[in-house]
Design a protein around this ligand. Structure first.
Ligand code: NAD
Length: 415
């Protein structure tokens, strides 16, 4: 059986793009290998006084088109290979939506639900100070990902700034508005996913109002996107989180689910629906399936049960290589992560531009520029896919990989 790890998936995707593009082994190796990696031991004094060590990582996969850009993840199973995969996907994503960035990612292996706010602040500050030589507004810019949020980004920004002696808001994005965040950033990934769902449905002459959807993951991305889909008239029949899911064939009252989650911390037990587990959710008889949680959930087995006509990947790497093949054989249209969830990094870029200029835009300006860039990127990818007879994933990868390779060739090889 093929290795379903995120890094194996990311490497296999790159190999496919290299083959289509006909690049040689040297270029393949350049694009497959992370430029810089840091593994740091992060000591943390727990609230009860004892000290433990957590392991942290920062990987800059490629910086040929600009500074590294990518999220910071806190999860128990974070390891170097996962961070490498996520950093590689960031490289192609930034290139697909034409941002002047390379790809990076960071992570600390810890389950944030087991730590107090004070402990999370201390570990964030110590991790930031350990990776300080790698990051900076012109080197590598962080954003929230699984298990981190805008408060985390404020601590990173503050730690970096205090050590430099002045305030440097552009070192992170996804910050609170009070310290240089951008309007529209908190919902940007979800908005972008909904733009991409609307665009791919429109190619088939279908409107969001006519379809049903299931969303896996109800965190920063999944919760907003379930709400936006419902607002667009989509019947959202199921949502889930790591504890389980809820479904209602006639459609969930999404604002009521959000209120339930605010109260209890999980979608489980929502009184307006029936329980459903995460695997069953993937196989529901819906039109649109949106994985918005973690990697590798659509593998050979689960993909074989997918009944949706469209899968829009809000999560990074939710589909393994084998899962992808099965979905293609079944005629399912997959809008790949590096395009579908790029709205977050697009508005992160807007936040970085605003911070560098110290001039902030209005929300309508941000929403309009986000929509334009997402639809333009979709059109480029969809046109390539049609012209070359390849999947949207292969089209997006080829476009992203080719732009990065062009930067390498144009810059030349030093010395
Ligand atoms: P989050 O931590 O806010 O939420 C994650 C959600 O997934 C939670 O509801 C959690 O309970 C659920 N979950 C975790 N493990 C699960 C499992 N095994 N099965 C089902 N649900 C599970 O994270 P997020 O920021 O919403 O990120 C979600 C996905 O979107 C990740 O793949 C992330 O890399 C990707 N992404 C996030 C952003 C962003 O701006 N936050 C941007 C691009 C891509």
């Amino acid at each position: 059986m093929a290795d379903p790890s995120p890094l194996a998936t990311a490497r296999a995707q790159l190999a496919t793009a290299i083959e289509i593009l006909g690049y040689d082994d040297g270029m393949h190796a350049m694009l497959a290998t992370p430029r810089r990696e840091m593994h740091v031991a992060v000591p943390l004094r727990r609230d009860d006084g004892h000290v433990e060590i957590r392991h942290g990582y920062r990987v800059q996969h490629n910086i040929s088109r600009g500074p590294g850009k990518g999220g910071l993840r806190y999860a128990a199973n974070v390891d170097l290979d996962e961070v490498r995969a996520l950093a590689m996907w960031m490289t192609w994503k930034c290139a697909v939506v034409e941002l002047p960035y390379g790809g990076a990612k960071g992570g600390v292996a810890l389950d944030p639900s087991r730590y107090s706010p004070g402990e999370l602040e201390r570990i964030t500050r110590r991790y930031t100070s350990e990776i300080m030589p790698m990051i900076g507004p012109e080197r590598d810019i962080m954003a929230p990902d699984v298990g981190t949020n805008e408060q985390t980004m404020a601590w990173v920004m503050d730690t970096y700034s205090v050590n430099r002696g002045y305030t440097i808001p552009a070192v992170t994005t996804g910050k609170p508005l009070s310290v240089g965040g951008s309007l529209g950033r908190a919902t940007a990934t979800s908005r972008g996913v909904v733009h991409m769902a609307a665009a791919t449905l429109a190619d088939a002459g279908v409107d969001l109002r006519e379809v049903s959807a299931a969303v896996q993951g109800f965190g920063k991305v999944g919760s907003h996107l379930a709400r936006f889909l419902a607002e667009a008239g989509t019947r959202v029949v199921a949502v889930s989180d790591e504890h389980g899911g809820v479904m209602a064939p006639d459609g969930l009252d999404v604002p009521a689910v959000l209120a339930h989650v605010q109260h209890t911390g999980t979608v489980v037990g929502f009184p307006g629906g029936e329980p459903i587990d995460n695997t069953a959710l993937l196989g529901l008889d819906v039109d649109l399936l949106v994985p918005a949680a973690v990697e590798g959930v659509l593998d050979e087995e689960t993909a074989a049960n997918v009944k949706a006509r469209w899968v829009v990947e809000a999560a990074n790497g939710p589909t393994t290589t084998a899962g992808d093949r099965v979905l293609a054989e079944r005629g399912v249209v997959v809008v790949p992560d590096i395009l579908a969830n790029a709205g977050g990094v697009v508005v992160s870029y807007f936040e970085w531009v605003q911070a560098n200029e110290a001039y902030w835009w209005t929300e309508p300006e941000i929403e309009e520029r986000l929509a334009q860039r997402m639809h333009r990127s979709y059109a480029t990818v969809a046109q390539y896919a049609r012209a070359e007879g390849v999947s949207l994933r292969d089209a997006a990868l080829v476009i992203g990989v080719r732009r990065v390779a062009e930067a390498h060739r144009t810059r030349g090889l030093y010395p």
